[in-house]
Design a protein around this ligand. Structure first.
Ligand SMILES: [Mn+2]
Length: 256
């Protein structure tokens, strides 16, 4: 019986990822999906990219869903390319740390990061995987492969899929830190239109993933010293969850 694995935010926590992969022991034909944010915050972002790319190079069926941190690295790389011509400094926030990680990646690692998709449909589980979530204002999802071909304005709407936390009364994403007391978290208003959503992005420093009727939050804040978590989906039955305790706390959370 083939299983599908969905792994929460790794954020450079390579030791915990190795332990988790050992527990999951995916067969090559089983689908291993990372819900984004492989990189930043933790101790070895480049090592995590190399490890995950290596799995795929060795035949593992594997999908990387784009997190806001992969998106930030992609922005950084784009600016680096134009910077070579203009000599301007790289405007992406945290450019120094991004540069340090980028310098440890080879061309194949970067090519792997650029295969990241905005979301992954899991029709056999009536589910999708996104990094952040699905705001009510998004009522249609194109084929993930078609996203890059959309006009810019249309395309940028789907940036919400890796960014969203709270939404406003119009169903649109509210920027981090701008949410008011009446702006719900997106899972509280998501109606299941795309099936069950497995997501990361929002660190729940809890023992178990955060489950609502139509969504499951898999980021248990490993880089903040809590846990790395994966969902194990099978064609029948309820999902199971595998967690690995963080060896230590590697980063301070954005709310501290
Ligand atoms: Mn994250």
């Amino acid at each position: 019986m083939d299983r599908t694995f969905v792994v929460g935010d790794v954020h450079g926590c390579i030791d915990e990822l190795r332990t988790l992969l050992g527990l999951l022991a995916p067969r090559p034909a089983e689908h291993l999906v990372f819900c984004g944010d492989l990189v930043d915050k933790g101790p070895d972002s480049a090592g995590v990219v190399r490890l995950v790319r290596g799995l795929r190079d060795h035949g593992q069926r594997l999908t990387l869903v784009e997190g806001n941190h992969e998106a930030k690295h992609a922005r950084f790389r784009r600016h680096e390319r134009t910077r070579a011509e203009t000599g301007a400094s790289n405007p992406v926030r945290g450019a120094e740390a991004l540069g340090a990680i980028t310098s440890q990646l080879d061309a194949a690692d970067i090519a792997f990061l650029e295969t990241a998709v905005r979301f992954e449909r899991l029709p056999e589980h009536d589910a999708i995987v996104v990094h952040g979530g699905v705001p009510p204002s998004i009522n249609y999802l194109p084929e993930a492969a078609d996203l890059p071909t959309l006009p810019r304005r249309e395309r940028e709407r789907y940036d919400q899929l890796y960014l969203v936390r709270h939404v406003n009364a119009d169903g649109r994403m509210v920027a981090l830190g701008q949410e008011g007391p009446d702006d719900p978290f997106w899972t509280d208003v998501y109606d299941g239109r795309f099936g069950h959503v497995y997501f990361g992005h929002q660190p729940y420093l809890e023992a178990e993933p955060r489950r609502t009727r139509y969504a499951t939050g898999l980021d248990l804040g490993c880089c903040f010293g809590n846990k790395l978590c994966a969902a194990v989906l099978t064609p029948e039955g309820e999902p199971e969850f595998v967690t690995v305790n963080a060896h230590r706390r590697y980063a301070r959370a954005f709310w501290e």
